[in-house]
Design a protein around this ligand. Structure first.
Ligand code: RFL
Length: 391
């Protein structure tokens, strides 16, 4: 079994397969340090924690993760706190940075005898419609190599070899460009709120999310075409103060910005999540905007479903789970997409058209809508540039 990608999807899959006695190797383009230091998600849903706990992969998050159950919305009408933990099932989210989870999963996998080939880029997957697919790779020095396996799991994200290797027409891609971008920032600063903060403002959305006692993630809606370095630190903090309405609700704790990236809010879903012996999981299967904090959670869920199906096929000769893999995952994926679309509408609804740098309508007018997202009747979304195409 070959797994491409050592992110949450690939490493949960590898750990679960190893426990079920399935021999597997993980091929990872980056080096170990880069993999362990890639700061991204931070909120684990209750079901994700249950999955990790069920398989003994929760040691780090049980020790260092912090419970979270409240969102605070700030708008021109005031401040509203949503105690979703109390209103919902009573279960909290767990704040645990993704790179720490990946570090734990990697240590667990290697400690159990798992093999990871770092600095090894998968270039193409061939022969997926036959019994022995092959992954062509090159190492950090450009030397080529090959891995052959009964099955290949592409857990290598949206731009990985898995998607690239799908033959034309094998898979349908549903996609939507929400016409909005966020400047994502990590600040060396303690959180300023005891809640996830969502500020809806005429200058654009701003968000506050705790990552640890000393690190906070912030988001600022920015114009398409903004480059990560365009905004000075002073401009970032001034804009955050303004949009988060710091004068009314308390100052933000400032600190050095240690990471920044522009994230265009786009969604896409492949269907089915399989081509013969090649399976897609995590961001390789579907990309979801970070507005609803679902991506890493879906990756873990899909990895668990795929691990069970692969183990049944390889250990017990029962391929039924593999046949149902795509349908089972797509059910979760479409529901998460729907929630994320709703969040995007909620968070960007009132941006002022007279303030062009921050306004999604900039893009609305330039990109015609040809909505064909099956979860949404045509024209219902109000968002531009949606569609479906065969890959
Ligand atoms: P990953 O984590 O991208 O890992 C893929 C791995 O594959 C490797 N790779 C290759 N290896 C070999 N050959 C190739 N050709 C390869 N191409 C790529 C890469 O080096 C990498 O190690 O995908 P995975 O496992 O599917 O996990 C998905 C999650 O990482 C992603 O959905 C989340 O980070 C999304 N996300 C969030 N999700 C949440 O659930 N909660 C959050 O709070 C949250 N916040 C975020 C986010 C994503 C963000 N960005 C960067 C878009 C915040 C941000 C800013």
């Amino acid at each position: 079994m070959v797994i491409i990608g050592a992110g949450p999807a690939g490493l949960v899959l590898g750990n679960l397969l190893l426990r079920r006695g399935v021999d597997c190797v993980v091929l990872e383009r980056a080096g170990r340090d880069a993999v362990q230091n890639r700061a991204r998600a931070g909120f684990l849903a209750p079901n994700t924690v249950r999955i990790l706990r069920r398989h003994g992969l929760d040691e780090g998050l049980s020790r260092r993760g912090r419970e979270h159950g409240v969102c605070e919305f700030r708008t021109e009408d005031g401040r509203f706190r949503l105690d979703y933990r109390r209103l919902g099932t009573g279960e909290p989210h767990t704040v645990y940075p993704q790179h720490e989870l990946v570090t734990d999963l990697l240590a667990h996998f290697l400690g159990a005898g798992g093999r990871v080939r770092f600095d090894t880029e998968a270039v193409t997957v061939s022969g997926a419609d036959g019994p022995a697919p092959e992954v062509a790779v090159r190492d950090g020095d450009g030397r080529p190599g090959r891995w052959r396996a009964r099955y290949v799991a592409a857990c290598d994200g949206r731009h990985g070899a898995g998607r690239r290797s799908l033959p034309p027409g094998a898979v349908r891609r549903h996609h939507r460009d929400h016409g909005v971008s966020w400047l994502g920032l990590l600040a060396e600063a303690p959180p300023s709120l005891d809640a996830v903060g969502y500020a809806v403002h005429s200058r654009g959305f701003a968000g506050h999310m705790a990552r640890s006692a000393d690190i906070t993630r912030y988001y600022l809606q920015c114009a398409r075409g903004t480059r990560a370095g365009d905004w000075s630190e002073d401009r970032v903090w001034d804009e955050l103060d303004l949009r988060m309405r710091a004068p009314a609700y308390g100052p933000l704790r400032r600190g050095r910005i240690v990471q920044r990236a522009v994230v265009p809010l786009v969604s896409d879903v492949l269907e089915p999540l399989r081509h013969g012996a090649l399976f897609l999981a995590g961001d390789a299967a579907a990309l979801i905007s970070p507005s609803a904090a679902k991506g890493a959670n879906l990756a873990v869920l899909e990895a668990e479903i795929l691990a069970g199906a692969l183990a049944d096929a390889l250990v017990h000769g029962d391929p039924g789970g593999l046949d149902r893999y795509s349908e089972r995952c797509l059910d979760h994926i479409w529901r998460a997409q729907e929630f994320s679309h709703w969040m995007i509408r909620l968070l960007h609804g009132t941006a002022d058209p007279s303030d062009p740098p921050n306004h999604p309508a900039d893009h609305r007018s330039s990109e015609p809508s040809d909505v064909s997202d099956p979860s949404d009747p045509p024209g219902a979304s109000g968002f531009p540039a949606a569609g479906a195409e065969d890959l």
